[in-house]
Design a protein. Structure first.
Length: 495
């Protein structure tokens, strides 16, 4: 070949010997299947190994590029082995004789313009597979016959869905707050309201955390939504499913459950700056720990927030700053068709002062006593779910301890009502205890018929006391030990 071409050729060391005896090799050597095993290696070394195993000669015009070959292993022909070995190198093998091959640059694929295809139509709004559990059973959002609004987390892991109830209200149509401040607000849905002030009457909106009822007549605890899957807003009335206190609707928080299949962790920090105010910051962390693979898992969440103030009261700049601390621990056990969830959570909120002003667009107010507010919330919940025949059985029980204390400036009324010279303060303390249990049985059949039946028991105890203090004097108002509310109801619905 060298006499017919001015180009130089490079062969593997053993290829020359193979050429000398090529006349003795059978003419069909390239078409015979044989066991071939060549590990990934620089191309020159791989070709040498292939030549030793098959007795063929392989040449290349010039110097072999510094490429690596692919692994070749199995029973195949020489040409199949060369094609697999050269895949991705930009080279291909040309057969010169039954035992000789030449490597050349592979021809580029012919350019082909793909036909323009119209973009697929957008899926209809109801086709998104969102499962709602606020109706006491898992149902696709598109099939629900009631009005439901949802804020859903974008991913499987993450930090806060939204900072709190105020931000959720800005996203969901129909949910409004009284704007008294964090930890003091009452929720209203569709404008169904009794009073903007917190009193002894039962709220028109029920706040639920998973299957646990969180409030009865206390203000919204404004829980920070860390590691929360979604928030569901079921517009009322919802008395057939939740009993009294749901004339406006249900505010349902769904947390992420423990995952017994994989470990996960998250940590984050943030900073904020209030307009005409001060700096704030936050930190949060989550860990999901499988204790027994696919059987038992633990999930823990912790967070802390320093909320900036922006109201200046004479002598106190940014007076309405606040602090928030909280956490949640969940344990999940799996046994066949049965699931047991044990959840505990607590949150403490301290706000240094109120947030109202006396003039529109004002951020300052004259000298007055500070009006701090504390909202401490704790919950323990147990849920057991499984199959009973062809139906789904769920037991849900929870206990809530919710303490709320507020201080208000009572200087204008203290002299006439209590004979106390100003400045005077009214200190109000509320202690709410709620014990809720429920058992329900439901089924959704293949023919579309579904039914739900359940029994529930609720015990609520509320203690309210108020004290007026001023100028070394103290007057106690009547202390109210509120009712114990027992409710036993059975609900059965079919559709």
């Amino acid at each position: 070949m060298s006499g017919k071409s001015r180009s130089s050729w490079t062969f593997a060391p053993c290829i020359r010997a193979a050429l000398c005896c090529c006349a003795l090799a059978p003419a069909s050597v390239g078409a015979q299947e044989r066991p071939i095993h060549v590990e990934p290696a620089p191309l020159a070394e791989a070709l040498t190994a292939l030549s030793r195993q098959t007795g063929i000669a392989i040449g290349f015009e010039g110097r072999l590029p510094g490429l690596r070959s692919r692994r070749v292993d199995g029973r195949m022909t020489v040409e199949q082995a060369l094609a697999r070995m050269l895949e991705g190198t930009g080279l291909e093998a040309q057969r010169l004789s039954p035992t000789a091959y030449r490597l050349v640059q592979a021809a580029p694929p012919a350019s082909r313009r793909d036909p323009v295809r119209p973009a697929p139509p957008l899926p209809p709004e109801g086709s998104v597979d969102i499962i709602v559990t606020g109706t006491k059973r898992e149902e696709p959002l598109a099939r629900l016959p009631i009005s439901v609004a949802i804020v859903q987390a974008p991913g499987e892991q993450g930090g806060a869905l939204l900072p709190g109830t105020e931000e959720v209200a800005q996203r969901l149509d129909g949910l409004t707050l009284t704007n008294l401040g964090p930890g003091r607000n009452r929720q209203f849905i569709r404008g169904v309201a009794d009073s903007p002030f917190n009193g002894n009457s039962q709220s028109t909106v029920a706040i639920l955390i998973n299957d646990a009822r969180a409030t009865y007549n206390a203000p919204d605890p404004d829980l920070k939504l860390v590691d929360v899957e979604r928030v569901e807003l079921l517009k009322g009335p919802q008395g057939s499913l939740y009993g009294t206190g749901t004339l406006g609707g249900v505010y349902h928080i769904v947390t992420r459950p423990p995952d017994a299949g994989s470990f996960a962790a998250m940590a984050g920090m943030g900073a904020s700056l209030a307009t005409h105010g001060e700096m704030g910051g936050s930190a949060e962390a989550m860990v999901n720990l499988p204790v027994v693979a696919d059987r038992l898992a633990l999930r823990a969440v912790a967070y802390a927030v320093r909320e900036p103030g922006w109201i200046d009261t004479a002598g106190r700049g940014d007076a309405n700053r606040g602090e928030l601390r909280g956490g949640r621990v969940a344990l999940r056990a799996l046994a066949g068709d049965w699931t047991v969830d044990l959840n505990g959570m607590a949150q403490m909120r301290d706000v240094a002062d109120s947030q109202y002003v006396y003039a529109r667009h004002a951020l300052e107010r004259p000298a007055q006593p500070a009006e701090p507010h504390d909202n401490d919330f704790a919950l323990m919940a147990l849920r057991v779910a499984g199959k009973l025949g062809g139906a789904d059985l769920v037991y849900a029980g929870n206990w809530v301890d919710h303490d709320v204390s507020s201080t208000l400036d009572a200087s204008d009324l203290s002299a006439s009502a209590f004979g106390i010279a100003p400045p005077a303060l009214y200190l109000e303390q509320r202690r709410n205890r709620l014990f809720d249990q429920e058992v329900r049985l439901s089924q959704t059949r293949d023919d579309g018929l579904s039914w739900l039946a359940g029994l529930s028991f609720v015990d609520v105890r509320n203690h309210l006391s108020g004290v007026v203090r001023g100028c070394g004097m103290r007057r106690s108002g009547p202390a109210y030990r509120a009712w114990s509310n027992f409710r036993l109801s059975a609900t059965c619905a079919c559709r």
